[in-house]
Design a protein around this ligand. Sequence first.
Ligand SMILES: C[S@@+](CC[C@H](N)C(=O)[O-])C[C@H]1O[C@@H](n2cnc3c(N)ncnc32)[C@H](O)[C@@H]1O
Length: 188
Amino acid sequence: MFAATVLAAMRAQDRRRFLPPEVAGEHHRDAPLPIGFGQTNSQPSTVAAMLTLLETFPGMRVLDVGSGSGWTSALLGELGGPESSVHAVELVPELVERARAALTQPWVQVHHARPGVLGLPELGPFDRILVSAMARELPGDLIDQLGDGGVMVAPWRDVMHRVRITDGAMEITEHGGYRFVPLRDTRF
Ligand SMILES: C[S@@+](CC[C@H](N)C(=O)[O-])C[C@H]1O[C@@H](n2cnc3c(N)ncnc32)[C@H](O)[C@@H]1O
């Protein structure tokens, strides 16, 4: 059900390292875990399902929206390898700093979300976009950051979606119901 490459990446990048000390002992639980500031480190089976849908290959340019603890960014860095570039973006400044401290791959960078901007349009287009927070609708701003042949995996309206762009045409498929913290409006 989950891609072998994703399971190998999860073995290589220990979830425990990305958790705050008070919940690190629960790293083996298949449940979201609190990382402070009202945010969570996502449930491992959900992360595995999303990364399997995303199909990230070595050398790709990847955007990780809502990097939180930094764990998904590290997993994307593992899947993309040293020839890839993974750009993660996070709204909570303290989580940006914590993720930067936990990450060890130089090709993975964590950015502060900028007011009024969703994603990192100045660094696009991306081959893959992972969104780990619940949008109200298809996040069109992120579609604009997806290159041709690109894939985005994102939840909106409580359903996981996969969006693929081929020759400028958009194909959207649905992949079951999920719960996430909300994708917040960056116009703060
Ligand atoms: C489910 S949590 C973290 C998931 C993360 N992949 C992990 O496993 O630690 C989602 C994150 O999205 C962040 N977030 C929400 N809206 C955002 C936005 N518009 N831009 C960037 N980050 C956002 C939240 O602050 C939160 O840290």
